[in-house]
Design a protein around this ligand. Structure first.
Ligand code: ZN
Length: 491
């Protein structure tokens, strides 16, 4: 009896001590802060606003069917850039590779690898029939003093113009970098996993010419005000260190066909449907990557409410539970596992005809580390039906994750407000695909950054109706690119 009391006493002591550690951590852990808020660039840059509006008004629309692309718009866009940024065009060399505009300014020290600033010239089309839903026409570039409206305002003529402005400004001040600078403007980024990707061609060209890049900065990331009741009140800056891979897979099966009045137990469509059921029943297991854990830990330290801090400041302990819960919420699940969506299906052409062939298309978003072969092997294992053929339509695996320990990441984080009392900078994963993925063979430090402060409600207009850019975000963004390009090419 006495021995049992001693054991229970020791266990109780350990439990109380453990709880105390959790409480102390919740009370004391904070992100490092200088105590000073981030200094935003106040005021407006009306010339830059005008250039963004002009860029939007040139309808450089991507089309899956390349023959439908209005090439004249891209030529007009290139002419507009040439007129608007004379120093970039006179001091940097310019080439056109697969429709991409490739600018290069050599550095004074050729032993240092150049940096590359990426952007794409193209935008997605406006969905047919929705043109009238826009407050201002999608290719008007209308400026109402608060927003610039139009397709590409957020994705990504804002970013492209800001990079050009920043470079032009630096050249005006006699910019003579140590490292070289590439500005690489793709023309068909919006066509996912395109065989004809201009970025792919540029990356191949650079590789053939023995170029290695110090870093690549592309779209993605965000500066998002995060304020919720009394729980959190910060501006979250996400730097994309990773992005998901993309894969379209077709499942198909052939059958005899015939009249539907005498059907077999399972038609071709029935067989495909069973496979779909099995796939949906067996999602990938949720697994939290290190950089997502880092992001949640960093954001968790900013949580204000005490009981919640017990969890958010002791995430290591709650990681398995958190991963499980995130896996159950669709929006959160996408950052902890490879996702599969069954998006298309086809079978017989008439109600009374048995299908001779049925097919379904799955769209998968692969986590870093999951190859296309892995995904296909897993699908076949789940389907367990040899009548069904599994064919890869197109895809790209996720590029490797870039480190948060590099000088490039640290510089970008510092310029975006890391250490400021009102900002939290954290790594994260970009859900969509960016052109930067093609550069992994010639660059290890790839970051997806958007320095434009934009609330989530506006970000949701990307690719949608009423896409618009807050004018208040422009000056700070141009300043970011100016400082980043100047400083990253100096060492
Ligand atoms: Zn984009």
């Amino acid at each position: 009896m006495t021995a049992l009391c001693v054991v229970l006493g020791i266990l109780g002591g350990i439990l109380i001590l453990g709880l105390l550690v959790l409480i102390i951590r919740a009370l004391t852990i904070k992100n490092k802060s200088s105590g000073k808020p981030f200094v935003k660039q106040e005021g407006r840059l009306e010339e830059v606003e005008k250039h963004i509006s002009q860029a939007i008004s040139i309808a450089t629309v991507s089309q899956v069917d390349e023959s439908a692309v209005d090439k004249a718009q891209f030529e007009k866009f290139a002419d507009f850039l040439q007129k608007t940024y004379p120093l970039v065009h006179s001091r940097l060399s310019k080439q056109i590779i697969g429709g991409a505009l490739v600018f290069f300014l050599p550095g004074s020290d050729p032993s240092l690898e150049p940096i590359a600033m990426l952007a794409h010239q193209d935008v997605v089309p406006v969905s047919a029939g929705t043109e009238g839903d826009w407050t201002h026409p999608p290719f008007s570039g209308h400026n109402d003093g608060e927003f610039i409206w139009g397709r590409g305002a957020l994705d990504m003529k804002n970013h492209l113009i800001a990079v050009m402005e920043a470079t032009e400004n630096l050249l005006k001040k006699g910019f003579a970098p140590k490292r070289g600078l590439y500005i690489l403007l793709g023309c068909n980024e919006e066509i996912v996993a395109s065989e004809n990707s201009s970025a792919k061609k540029v990356a191949a060209y650079l590789e053939e010419n023995g170029v290695r890049l110090k870093c690549v900065v592309d779209e993605g990331g965000g500066v998002i005000p995060l304020s919720y009741k009394n729980i959190i009140d910060k501006t979250l800056v996400g730097i994309g260190v990773a992005e998901k891979g993309y894969l379209d897979v077709e499942l198909s099966v052939s059958a005899k066909g015939g009249h539907s009045s005498a059907p077999p137990a399972h038609t071709a469509l029935g067989i495909i449907s069973k496979a779909i059921c099995r796939i949906e029943k067996h999602p990938y297991k949720a697994k939290m990557p290190d950089f997502i854990y880092d992001m949640l830990s960093i954001v968790g330290r900013d949580v204000k409410s005490f009981p919640l801090r017990l969890i958010t400041c002791n995430l290591r302990l709650f990681k398995p539970l958190l991963t499980f819960v995130m896996g159950k919420i669709p929006a959160a699940a996408s950052v902890v596992r490879t996702c599969t969506a069954v998006t298309m299906c086809s079978a017989s052409a008439a109600p009374n005809v048995l299908p001779q062939r049925a097919s379904a298309v799955l769209n998968m978003r692969l986590m870093p580390g999951v190859s296309i072969d892995d995904a296909v092997t897993r699908l076949k294992k789940i389907i367990r039906d040899e009548r069904i053929s599994v064919k890869v339509l197109k895809g790209n695996p996720a590029p490797p994750v870039s480190s948060t320990k590099t000088d490039t990441f640290k510089l970008a984080a510092k310029l975006l407000g890391d250490g400021c009392s009102d900002r939290t900078v954290a790594p994260y994963i970009v859900m969509g695909a960016t052109d930067s993925r093609y550069y992994t063979r010639i660059c290890d430090e790839i970051y997806r950054i958007s320095p434009f402060q934009t609330p989530v409600s506006l970000l949701l207009t990307t690719h949608g109706t009423n896409e618009r850019l807050p004018i208040s975000s422009i000056k700070t963004a141009v300043k970011f690119f100016e400082e980043f390009i100047e400083q990253r090419t100096a060492f």
